[in-house]
Design a binder for this molecule. Sequence first.
Ligand code: NAD
Length: 367
Amino acid sequence: MEVKTLKDIDLSKNPVIGQMGLYNHEQILFCNDNATGLKAIIAIHNTVLGPSLGGTRMWNYNNEMEALNDVLRLSRGMTYKSSVAGLNLGGGKAVIIGDPKKIKNEALLRRFGKFVDSLGGKYITAEDVAMTSHDMEVIHMETDYVSGLPENMGGSGNPSPVTAYGVYVSMKASAKETWGSDSLSGKKVLVQGIGHVGEVLVEHLSKEGAKVYIHDISEERLKAVAAKYKAEVVSPDTMFDLDIDVYAPCALGATVNDDTLAKLKCKIICGAANNQLAEEQKHGELVGKKGILYAPDYVVNAGGIINVYYELEGYNRERALAHAEKIYATTSNIFQLAKKEGIPTYMAANRLGEQRIEAIAKINAIY
Ligand code: NAD
C-alpha cells in the first residue's frame, strides 16, 4: 500500500484530498444536516478484501481537522485489522462530531443512517466510543448496513467473550514463543482494566492456573472480580514495578510509553486495548530492545471484528470462536516474520496485512 511522506504532500494547500493520499484512502463522505445538527465524516480506506467495516465514534472534536485526522487514522487501522484476521472486509470508520450528551437523539442517528445507506453497502457501521447497541438499532431503522446488533434482533450481541478468547490464545502463542511452552500455568499476569473483555480474560487465565493481578479504576469491579477468581488487586502506583511475566492492557490506549517501559519487567505485552503503543514506531522498537515480546494490539483484539463478521454471514458463536482461535497461529506467524526480517512485531503485523491485500488485489484483477 503506497504511503507517501508528509513532505510529498503540501497539506496547507491540499488538507483534504491531499491527506487522503497519505495512506491511499478511497473515499470520504462528508455529511451535514442543519435540521438535526448532524455533522459526520465516513472514511473508506480500502475495499480490496470486501466492504469496509468499522464503528461510528461520536466525539466533541475541537475542530474539523481533528475529526478528519481521527477518521482517516482509524479507518486505515480497520483495513489492517481485518486483513490480518483473514476476513473478507475492508477498512472504514465514521465519526459524528459533537457532544453526545447534548446532540445525540433519534432524528440525528436516523439521518446518519440514511447517509450510511447512501453508500450502498460499501461501508458497514458498528458501535464505537459513545455509541450503544440501542443507537445501532436506531441507525438500523434507516439502513441494513449495520453490524453489532443485539441477539434478539438477529445480531451477534456482546463481542467481548470472543475478543477475550482471542486475547487469551494470542497470549498463549506469545508464551510459546518466549518460553517454548504455551502453558500459562504459574505465570504472573497483570490485567489492567477488568471490564467486558478483561473479566473474561481473567476467567480464562485463572482456569489455566495463572497468578492474576488486576487493576481498574472501579473499586466495585475490583472487589467483584477479585473475589470471583481469587485475583490479587494491585495499586496503580506500584503495578508497573511488579515482577510479572505478562502485562495485559485491557483498558486504555497509549499505556506502553516512556514511563511504563522504564519500569515494566514483563517478558510479554498482550492485551485487548486499542493503540497500546503511545508512539507506534518509537515504542514498537523500544519494547523489542527491552527484551519484551509485543503482540500487536489489533491482531490480539481482532475477536471483536471477527464476531461482527459472522453476523453478516448469519450469526453462529461457535464459528466466531473457531475463527478467533486462529489468532494463535496469526500471532505466531507475526513473530516468525519479525525474526526473519529483523523488524519489530508491530511492523511485521502491518506487513502481513499489506501482503494479503496485495495478493487478493491480483486475483480480483481477473474476471
Ligand atoms: P469496558 O469499558 O467494558 O472496560 C474497560 C475497563 O477499564 C472498565 O472496567 C474501566 O473501569 C477500566 N478503566 C478505565 N480507565 C482505566 C484506567 N485508567 N486504569 C484502569 N482501568 C481503567 O471495555 P471493554 O469492552 O472491556 O474493552 C477494553 C479495551 O479493549 C478497550 O480499549 C476497547 O477499545 C478494546 N477492545 C474491546 C473489544 C470488545 O469486544 N469489547 C474489541 C476490541 C478492542
